[in-house]
Each structure stands twice: as C-alpha cells, then as structure tokens.
Design a protein around this ligand. Structure first.
Ligand SMILES: [Zn+2]
Ligand SMILES: [Zn+2]
Length: 136
C-alpha cells in the first residue's frame, strides 16, 4: 500500500490519482460548489471578490480554474495569478512577459548548449585539416 502525507493538509493518506486525502477531496468539492454558486449569482465578480465572499483562498480557486472545473468564459472579470509573478491572467499558466522571458531563457540555454558543443566540432575540423596537410 502506498501511503503518503496529503500535500494539502499534511495528514497521512493512501495515495491515489488525485493526490489528496479523502477529507480534502470532500472539502474541495464543497468549496467548488460554493464558488460555482457564487459565480452564478455574481457573474462579474473578480477572483478577489470571490475569495473574500467565500473565504476560499485564491490558490484553491485558481486550481479549480486551471483544472477547468470553473469556467471563466462567462465571468468577464475573473482572472487568476500568473504562476511566476502573480500578474492576473485569463489563460495558460503564465503571463505574457513571463512566457516570453521563459522562451528567451530556453533559447539562451540551447544556444549555450550549442556553444559548448562547438569547440569539439572545431577541433575535429582542425584535426581533419591536419590530416589533409599530412596527406599532401
Ligand atoms: Zn488532506
Ligand atoms: Zn508572470
């Protein structure tokens, strides 16, 4: 049996696919219903208003949105924080600036990887040139 601490409440539970203990699952289910109910009545609510009104943390609400359980398509003011900097966004995991920074970082990393491979290629080329000279 696979036993672990619930990442949400820290209690020991039997590991499952959703990686939450039963009491957290029940609590989240309850919180989810409260959120949905509130949003149905307050379509223009922001995530802050929803969190204040329901006493459910923005983190949990963000989780519902990311899981696709709460749809923000019909809630024009509903946004959730960027995973990296906390800027409010409506889609994906990151805001545009974090995404472009990450893309740049990735490009730099692959450039660096290419650069560290380059000397080996050069020296191989140099050897070939030497071989050529020897052959002549
Ligand atoms: Zn738990
Ligand atoms: Zn960001």
């Amino acid at each position: 049996m696979n036993i672990d601490n619930c990442p949400r409440c820290g209690r020991i539970y039997i590991k499952n696919v959703i990686e939450l203990c039963q009491s957290c699952v029940k609590e989240l289910e309850h919180q989810y219903e409260i959120c949905v109910k509130y949003l149905r009545e307050h379509r223009t609510a922001t995530i802050q208003e929803l969190s204040d009104a329901t006493e459910i943390s923005i983190k949990e609400i963000t989780r519902f949105i990311r899981e696709g359980r709460i749809s923000i398509a019909n809630a024009p003011n509903m946004m959730y924080p960027c995973e990296v900097c906390g800027t409010l966004i409506r889609e994906g995991h990151m805001c545009d600036s974090c995404r472009s920074r990450l893309t740049k970082d990735l490009m730099n990393a692959s450039k660096e990887a290419a650069a560290s491979e380059a000397p080996r290629k050069d020296s191989a080329g140099a050897y070939r040139a030497v071989d050529k000279l020897r052959g002549q």
